[in-house]
Design a protein around this ligand. Structure first.
Ligand code: ADP
Length: 298
């Protein structure tokens, strides 16, 4: 199965630069902004639904979505915004899923999502990579390199999560405060030293084994959040062992890079713990992660 990597970072952090480099290294990149535009492109059912709900004025003369007009309609109207999201979000989810599933089996799929942290999607991936640059430097790059108006850039930055929130979601914090060459070298290292081994270890059932302390803070919490997302329920006291055998749960764990281990720390047959133990241990195949989650079963 493919390894799914989430990629994000504040506006101006260098996320697009990283995503382009990962693509050139061989990743299949799914760009959330592109998908969001595509599902409401001219002639799509998505655009027809929007016209039905918001009227013909939100369609431009060339048959495309008139974004400024739609923006006017939903601005400050929570109900209209909810309706709009009710139309677009399922379409975006379905199309993204199609793209993920059409990637080759041994692919690394990178989902480039500007609002990954804001949307609480960190636990949906095997690895969440955040490009990290202090806010003032991002502002400088947006204004000087991308020619944005300073006030507009500030307000875009303010509308997003702050750097601390983003850092908490990150398995990998990719520092891009230095030069483009520095970034380039870091992305190469990340690819060959962590992402590719992660994909291979996941396929082979080899859990991570980094020295404790090498991991980023919050590793245990991120593992727990992934397991809860995979099982679709809070963990509470323990889990019903049958849940771990459900195909949806297995699939959910696997696509988050997680392995169910037996007592001796090996991946169980079919990824399931063997023996009569009343405990299962879940670990990531991320080679840089030593976190283990012990679950009481039964
Ligand atoms: P994002 O996609 O996160 O908004 P970009 O990848 O477009 O960010 O980067 C913002 C701008 O900063 C671009 O002009 C990019 O070329 C430039 N940039 C990215 N990283 C660096 C860096 N380390 N040093 C200097 N400029 C950079």
């Amino acid at each position: 199965m493919t390894l799914r990597v989430g990629l994000s970072g504040g506006i101006g952090s260098g996320k697009s630069t990283v995503s382009a480099q990962l693509a050139s290294l061989g990743a299949v990149v799914v760009d959330a902004d592109t998908v969001a535009r595509e599902v409401v492109g001219p002639g799509t059912p998505g655009l027809a639904q929007i016209a039905d709900r918001f009227g013909p004025d939100v369609i431009a003369a060339d048959g495309s979505l008139d974004r400024p007009a739609l923006g006017q309609v939903v601005f400050g109207d929570a109900r209209a915004r909810r309706d709009l999201e009710g139309i677009t979000h399922p379409l975006i989810r379905r199309r993204s899923q199609e793209l993920f599933e059409s990637a080759p089996d041994d692919a690394v799929v990178v989902h480039d999502v500007p609002l990954l942290v804001e949307l609480g999607m960190g636990a949906d991936y095997a690895l969440t990579v955040i490009v990290d640059v202090p806010e003032e430097e991002r502002l400088r790059r947006l204004v000087e390199l991308r020619g944005m108006d300073e006030e507009a850039a500030r307000s875009r930055i303010r509308a997003q999560a702050d750097d601390e929130q983003r850092r908490a979601a990150a398995d990998v914090l990719l520092d891009n405060a230095g030069t483009l060459d520095d970034l380039h070298a870091r992305v190469n290292d990340l690819w060959s030293g962590r992402i590719v081994p992660f994909r291979d270890h996941l396929a082979d059932g080899i859990p991570g084994s980094a020295a404790p302390g090498a991991a980023r803070a919050g590793e245990g919490e991120r593992l727990r959040a992934r397991v809860e997302a995979a099982l679709g329920r809070p963990l509470g006291e323990g889990v019903d062992p049958d849940i771990l055998d459900e195909p949806a749960a297995r699939h959910g764990l696997h696509r988050r890079g997680l392995l169910v281990l037996t007592g001796d720390g090996q991946a169980g047959v079919d990824g399931r713990a063997s023996g009569a133990s009343d405990e299962v241990v879940i670990a990531s195949a991320d080679p840089a992660s030593a976190a283990r989650l012990r679950l009481r079963v039964g």
